[in-house]
Design a protein. Sequence first.
Length: 477
Amino acid sequence: MTSLNVFVRSTASSSRRFFQFSSPSRHYFSSFSKNGRKLQINKRTFLLTSTALHLSPVAAYRTSCAAARSTSKPAAVEGGAKGKIVAVIGAVVDVQFDDHLPPILNSLEVTGRENVVRTIAMDGTEGLIRGQEVVDSGSPIRIPVGPETLGRIINVIGEPIDERGPVNSKKTAPIHADAPEFVEMSVQQEILTTGIKVVDLLAPYAKGGKIGLFGGAGVGKTVLIMELINNVAKAHGGYSVFAGVGERTREGNDLYNEMIETKVIDLKGNTSKVALVYGQMNEPPGARARVALTGLTVAEYFRDQEGQDVLLFIDNIFRFTQAGSEVSALLGRIPSAVGYQPTLATDMGTMQERITTTRKGSITSVQAIYVPADDLTDPAPATTFAHLDATTVLSRGIAELGIYPAVDPLDSTSRIMDPNIVGQEHYDIARGVQKILQSKFTFFMGELDHLPEVAFYMVGGIEEVVQKAEKLAEEQN
């Protein structure tokens, strides 16, 4: 049951009287009476011609209901009178009847809305006019998939945007699909070597896992992704898919030209190893909210139909969330924390659950994740954390020192950092490095500034510094 408000305006005082009632989940309205009598209502609008109800909204409602129960039932009048809504102010609705007024306490049902749909544009809306014909395609957005997409750039609906003619694919697939069943998933663990030592040692990536590159603006997320494409995609030898989600068009153009120079994309032959899907920041929010699904669909075909181990690069997954927030606002939904859409966790989970390893093949996803104001507790990056197997955090402080990639060795984590997976020697060395860095970082952060400088002279670890400082304090006392 939902609660609505309906008001009646008095001609005597032009004051508005609000009445609250409950109705089913469908669109229903109701009218009321005073002292059990039908209100005399002007045929053009809901204007009360008798004395105004000088009662509070709740009191007026209770009085009208009690009077209606205590008096005789009014004469039955056949339903079917058709009116039209003339005003909607929040939950307050004005309905006009020209031919026949319904009895007081009758419920009014809105009809004719079931055949009206609200849509989200995947392209610009310039040139669209009211009354223009719309045709149902009979299916969700379907895009070309298969080897024909390799070496090509397509947009969110599968149209080529590289000016090289149509994509002559024999097969298409819908961008909306269910995640693989549990029985289809593989549980094997294997390390994916990136060639970046700080990553391979302290936060190794899992083959078929989901990897997040966290960082604020300008700390090197896109550059690191391009380095991973150069190191991993070439050595990998299989197919790769790059999805540009709401990022700079210049970066997409640079990546395309670099891939041509390095022969990852072959413009003349059929040896291309990568497919590009772009929905850049100049696109409408509908396109940016779906382009990641388009890239994922291309990768899923190679995994499920050809049994490939596919690399999926997404830059930037935060723009996916941001576009969803824009679409949610356009749909009139009440925003959640920090203005994000209330369906943030659902939207993210629906996409991330499709990125997995099955018995046929795998999709290894590397996702750049923008961190607003360098705040990792922001709902967008915090929601993404739960789906990742490894996180590489890029630090602005390290980037300011000119150290690239600016990987924070203490904040970065990996689920496969386990001696049973990486080996005991690897595990011990990684933990030893982090232990040393922890002590050094603690020193640099000023947590020992309260100790006298002489306590740091001719000592070993931090424990000895603290002990020497305590001894010096006792001697002074």
